[in-house]
Design a protein around this ligand. Structure first.
Ligand code: ATP
Ligand code: MG
Length: 676
C-alpha cells in the first residue's frame, strides 16, 4: 500500500482528468447601476480588451506600465519565456515612489492613505484607537524610516525580516525597504519562534523589525519575546528594531544591549528626506513564503517592475477602485494578499486603505460590520473561511449594522462554496454588490482569474474569467486540452508580469515545481498551478481543489470542492473537508469532517441524513463513507483547510507532515480523541 498523502508525487495524481458532479447554474449579471460607473462596463468591452491583451501582450502591458512613473524607460517589455521570462528589462523605477511620492506630491497629499483601527475597546465596547495617515504624512514616515534602515547599515539587496502586528508601521516597514532596495521578508505575526528562525536563516536576514506586543482577541501577543526566543538560533542577526505598540512599557519585554534598538528613538535621530533608489525592473523586491497548505512552505522571490505593474492594474480594474472609495482587505500583511492588496496595489492607485489590527469576533461577533458601518467602507475583500464563520455565528450580528456604504465584495484564498457565496451576496451585499471571487497564488503575485465587476456576470463558486493578458488552460498531464465541463489541471500558458522569478536559494526547485510537471507540444514546461479546475461552456473557470487532494473512487476522480460544497449546502453544516482514505474495494473511500452551525447537535441521525443528502445533491458516488463531526478543522494561519493532515489522520491515525503553519495544534489532538 502506498504511504499516506503528504509526500505523494504530483505526477501520479495529475495523469488523468477528473469528473465533475456539481450542478450550479445561477448567474448574476453586473448590476446596471454599478456597470454604469465602472471602468469597464460591458461584457463586450471586457471581451475586446481581453482579446487585444492576448493578441499583443507587449502593447497591453506597456500601456499599463505607462500609468506608473519610471526613472528610466524599459528597452523591451517581455524577454524569454517560462522560468526565464523577464519584464520591462532596462527600466528603472521604485515601488515605494509609485505608492507614496507620486500621490504626496500632487492632489492626494491630504487624502487619507492609511486608516487604521486598533483592536482595543473602551468600557462602552467602542474602539479606543483610530489613526489616519495622509499620503503626505506617509511620505514623511517612510522616508524617515528608510533613513533609519540606512543608518543601521542596510544596503540595497540586503534581506530584512519583518515580524509585526497589523498596523501602519508594518506598511511603513515594507515601503521603507522597497524605497532603499532592501529585500523584505515578512513573517506572519502569529508564527512561533521556530518558524521565524527557519525563515530568517533561509534567506540570511541580518536585521529584524518587530514590536513589543500586539493585541489579538483581547489578549497580548508578545512578539518581541518570541523574536528573542528565535534569535537563539539566528547567529547572523545583528540588529532588532522594536516598535513600541503598547501605550506603556509592556511587561516582560527586554532589550538586548548592542542588538536591540527602539523604533521611535532611531526615528528621532534621522532626517525626513530620503529619495527613492532607482531599482532595476528585475531587482528583487521581496521574499515571501507560501501558506504551507500542501507541504513545506516555499520562499518565493518577487521582482520590482512586473510586480508593480500587475498589482497596480488588477487593483484598479478588479476592485474598480475610485477616488472616493474606502477599501478594506481583511488579509494580514503576512500573506501575499496583504502584500499585493493591502499595501502595493491599492496604494499605487492612491486609494484610502483601511487596516484593522485584531480579530473579527472581538469584542463581539459583529466587529467587522461595526467597522464597515463606522468608516463607510465601500469595498470589502475577505476569505471564505471568514465568511463561513460569519454564517456560523448567525445573521443577527450583521443585521445590527448599516452596510449601505458597500458597493463591491471580494473573496480569496480557497474555492468559495456556492451557498457561502449566496449568503455573502444576500446578507452582506444585499443583492446589490457584485462579488469578485479572485483566484491567484503567492507565486502569481497578483490576481489571475476573477470577474471584472462591471462587465462579467458572476456565478456562485466560479472565479469566472481571466484577467487581461492571462491565458489559463485546463489540460491533462501531457498538456492536451480537456473539453469544457471536464476537470483537469489548471496551467497558465503565457507569461505574465508579476510571476515570482525563483525560490530563494533554490532555482532548481522552482523549475521542478512549476515548469516541469506539464509540458507543451514544444516540450517546454508550462506553468502548473497545482490546482484542478474545469471550464464551463461560457468560458468560466471553476476551481475544484488541489490536485494533490483528488479522491479516486471506483475509477472516478473527484475534486474535494464539490463534495464539500454539497455538505455546506445543508442548512445545519457550517464547514466541511473531505479526503480520501485507502479502501480495498473502491480504491479510495471518502472521509468527511464536518462542523455544524451553532445550535445543532452532532447526532447519529444527522450523520446519516448528511450522507444521504450528498448522494441526493450530487450523486451516490460522492456519498461519504465516514462522516465525523468536529468543533474545528485544521487550518493554516491564513485560514485554509489543511486536508493533507486530515488525510494522514484518516489513513494512519497519525500526523507526520509539516505542521509549521498550522493555526491551532489543539485541533489535531481533539480529532484524535474523537477517533477513540
Ligand atoms: P502551499 O503552496 O505552501 O501549499 P498555498 O498554496 O495554500 O500553500 P497560497 O499561495 O497562499 O499558498 O495559496 C494559493 C492557493 O490558494 C491556490 O493555489 C488555490 O489552491 C487557493 N486559492 C486561492 N484563491 C482561490 C480562489 N479564489 N478559488 C479557489 N482557490 C483559491
Ligand atoms: Mg501553493
Amino acid at each position: 500500500m502506498s504511504s499516506p498523502g503528504t509526500e505523494k508525487p504530483v505526477i501520479e495524481a495529475v495523469s488523468q482528468t477528473f469528473d465533475s458532479l456539481m450542478r450550479e447554474d445561477r448567474v448574476f449579471p453586473p448590476p446596471p447601476e454599478f456597470a454604469a460607473k465602472a471602468y469597464i462596463g460591458s461584457a463586450e468591452a471586457y471581451e475586446r480588451m481581453y482579446a487585444e491583451s492576448i493578441a499583443d501582450p507587449n502593447a497591453f502591458w506597456a500601456k499599463a506600465a505607462g500609468e506608473l512613473e519610471w526613472f528610466e524607460p524599459w528597452t523591451s517589455v517581455l524577454e524569454g519565456s517560462g522560468a526565464d521570462a523577464t519584464w520591462f528589462a532596462g527600466g528603472k523605477l521604485n515601488l515605494s515612489h509609485n505608492c507614496v511620492d507620486r500621490h504626496a506630491r500632487g492632489a492626494r497629499k491630504d487624502k487619507v492613505a492609511l486608516l487604521w483601527e486598533g483592536e482595543l475597546c473602551g468600557e462602552d465596547g467602542r474602539p479606543k484607537e483610530i489613526r489616519k495617515l495622509t499620503y503626505g504624512q506617509l511620505h514623511e514616515e517612510v522616508q524617515r524610516f528608510a533613513n533609519v534602515l540606512k543608518a543601521q547599515g542596510v544596503k540595497k539587496g540586503d534581506r530584512v525580516a519583518i515580524y509585526m502586528g497589523l498596523g501602519p508601521e508594518l506598511a511603513i516597514a515594507l515601503l521603507s525597504c522597497a524605497r532603499i532596495g532592501a529585500i523584505h521578508s515578512v513573517i506572519f505575526g502569529g508564527f512561533a519562534a521556530h518558524a521565524i528562525s527557519d525563515r530568517v536563516n533561509d534567506s540570511d536576514c541580518q536585521i529584524i523589525l518587530t514590536q513589543d506586543i500586539s493585541y489579538r482577541r483581547g489578549g497580548e501577543v508578545k512578539l518581541k519575546q518570541i523574536v528573542d526566543e528565535a534569535m537563539a538560533k539566528c547567529p547572523n542577526v545583528r540588529r532588532v528594531i522594536v516598535y513600541q505598540r503598547a501605550p506603556h512599557a509592556a511587561s516582560g519585554i527586554s532589550m538586548t544591549p548592542g542588538r536591540d534598538v527602539w523604533w521611535h528613538q532611531e526615528m528621532a535621530k534621522v532626517s525626513g528626506f530620503c529619495p527613492a533608489e532607482p531599482m532595476d525592473s528585475e531587482d528583487p523586491l521581496y521574499i515571501l513564503y507560501t501558506s504551507g497548505t500542501t507541504g513545506k512552505p516555499k520562499g518565493l522571490v518577487h521582482t520590482t517592475g512586473g510586480y508593480s505593474v500587475q498589482t497596480y492594474l488588477t487593483s484598479k480594474y478588479i476592485f474598480d477602485l475610485k477616488e472616493e472609495d474606502v477599501y478594506w482587505c481583511t488579509a494580514d500583511i503576512g500573506w501575499v494578499t496583504g502584500h499585493s492588496y493591502v499595501v502595493y496595489g491599492p496604494l499605487q492607485n492612491g486609494a484610502t486603505v483601511l487596516m484593522y489590527e485584531g480579530a473579527p469576533n472581538y469584542p463581539a461577533n459583529d466587529r467587522f460590520w461595526q467597522i464597515v458601518d463606522d468608516h463607510k467602507v465601500s469595498i470589502f475583500y475577505t476569505a471564505p473561511t471568514a465568511i463561513r464563520a460569519f454564517i456560523k455565528w448567525g445573521d443577527d450580528w450583521v443585521k445590527k449594522h448599516d452596510l449601505s456604504s458597500l458597493r463591491l465584495l471580494g473573496t480569496v484564498g480557497e474555492p468559495i462554496n456556492p451557498e457561502a457565496w449566496m449568503w455573502y451576496h444576500r446578507e452582506i451585499g444585499k443583492e446589490r454588490c457584485p462579488i469578485v471571487d479572485t483566484w491567484w497564488q503567492t507565486e502569481t503575485g497578483s490576481i489571475l482569474i476573477a470577474p471584472i465587476p462591471g462587465a462579467v456576470s458572476t456565478k456562485p463558486g466560479s472565479a469566472t474569467k481571466p484577467f487581461f493578458g492571462v491565458a489559463p488552460q485546463i489540460v491533462t498531464k501531457e498538456g492536451e486540452p480537456v473539453p469544457a465541463g471536464q476537470g483537469g489541471l489548471l496551467v497558465i500558458s503565457k507569461p505574465w508580469p508579476s510571476i515570482a522569478r525563483t525560490i530563494w536559494g533554490d532555482h532548481e526547485r522552482y523549475v521542478q515545481t512549476y515548469f516541469s510537471e506539464v509540458k507543451g507540444h514544444d516540450g517546454k514546461g508550462i506553468y502548473f498551478t497545482g490546482d484542478g479546475a474545469r471550464r464551463d461552456a461560457d468560458g468560466c473557470f471553476w476551481l475544484m481543489g488541489r490536485v494533490d487532494d483528488v479522491i479516486n473512487v471506483s475509477g472516478h476522480r473527484l475534486g474535494t470542492m464539490e463534495i464539500e460544497s454539497a455538505l455546506v449546502a445543508h442548512g445545519k453544516v457550517a464547514e466541511a473537508a473531505v479526503v480520501g482514505r485507502p479502501d480495498e474495494l473502491k480504491g479510495q473511500a471518502i472521509a468527511a469532517f464536518v462542523t455544524l452551525e451553532e445550535g445543532n447537535e452532532p447526532t447519529e441521525e444527522l450523520r446519516q441524513e448528511l450522507r444521504k443528502w450528498v448522494a441526493k445533491e450530487i450523486g451516490a458516488l460522492a456519498r461519504p463513507d465516514d462522516l465525523r463531526f468536529t468543533q474545528m478543522l485544521p487550518k493554516t494561519r491564513s485560514g485554509k483547510i489543511m486536508r493533507r493532515l486530515l488525510r494522514e489522520l484518516a489513513t494512519t491515525g497519525e500526523v507526520k507532515g509539516d505542521t509549521t503553519t498550522l493555526e491551532d495544534f489543539g485541533v489535531l489532538a481533539k480529532l484524535r480523541e474523537n477517533d477513540e
